[in-house]
Design a protein around this ligand. Structure first.
Ligand code: ATP
Length: 212
């Protein structure tokens, strides 16, 4: 059975940077699926701009029709703060024998040591890091050690074991950030071509991000 990719984020809003990275992971790593998991109540940021329900809806519109892409609302259903380690534990309970690959951008990876129970993540899943513009893989510190102890260049390792490896994978670099999209929409400009049209239409029709 092929691995399941787990792609969490605020997705406030989802854009082509997220979608293209996830798609390249799905194909290049030969994953069965990538689950997009918008966070409900983000501990690291404290505030989102669109509501969790709106962000989930935007994800659903963005991935509609793409085989292997799944919108997973598990973090919206859970009470309290959204911790990735809890999400991985619940997926592990649901898929006991399956390889799980937590997909993170390099910027998110660099913040990993601040995550709740971060040192338990590799017991539950692999970590797959998407190279993002401007970010360099760490070679010192806790993350440098993590890469030297658990890093692998071999995609097969993500298939033959269910957890425990760190794989850094180059993806086409699209310098798009949700923050810039929110600012653009708030300034009355059109976010077309940064995201699928269905996402752009939903944002404009419902005046999401207008007041930011
Ligand atoms: P913000 O600008 O609000 O911080 P963001 O665009 O970075 O948002 P998030 O929802 O915070 O989006 O990111 C979710 C995940 O997607 C993270 O792992 C992040 O590293 C990754 N990611 C974000 N933007 C890109 C991009 N342009 N290319 C590849 N990965 C990305």
């Amino acid at each position: 059975m092929k691995p399941i990719g787990v792609f969490g984020g605020t997705f406030d809003p989802i854009h082509y940077g997220h979608l293209r990275s996830a798609f390249e992971m799905l194909q290049a790593l030969d994953f069965e699926q990538v689950r997009f998991i918008p966070c409900g109540d983000p501990p690291h940021r404290g505030v989102t701009y669109a509501t969790a329900v709106q962000r989930l809806r935007l994800v659903e519109l963005a991935i509609n029709g793409q085989n292997g892409f799944i919108a997973d609302d598990c973090e919206l259903k859970r009470d309290g703060l959204s911790y990735t380690v809890d999400t991985l534990e619940s997926l592990r309970a649901e898929f006991p024998d399956r390889s799980l690959g937590l997909i993170v951008g390099m910027d998110a990876f660099l913040g990993l040591p601040e995550w709740h129970r971060w040192d338990e993540i590799l017991d539950i899943a692999h970590i797959v890091v998407a190279h993002r513009p401007g970010w360099k893989a760490p070679d010192i510190g806790a993350l440098g050690n993590l890469i030297s102890d658990y890093g692998t260049h071999r995609v097969e390792d993500l298939h033959t074991t269910v957890a425990g490896r760190v794989h850094i994978h180059a993806v086409t670099q699209l310098e798009i950030a949700s923050t810039e999209i929110r600012e653009l929409v708030a300034a009355g400009r059109d976010p077309r071509f940064l995201m699928p049209d269905a996402v752009r239409d939903e944002i404009l029709d419902n005046e999401i991000y207008k007041g930011d």
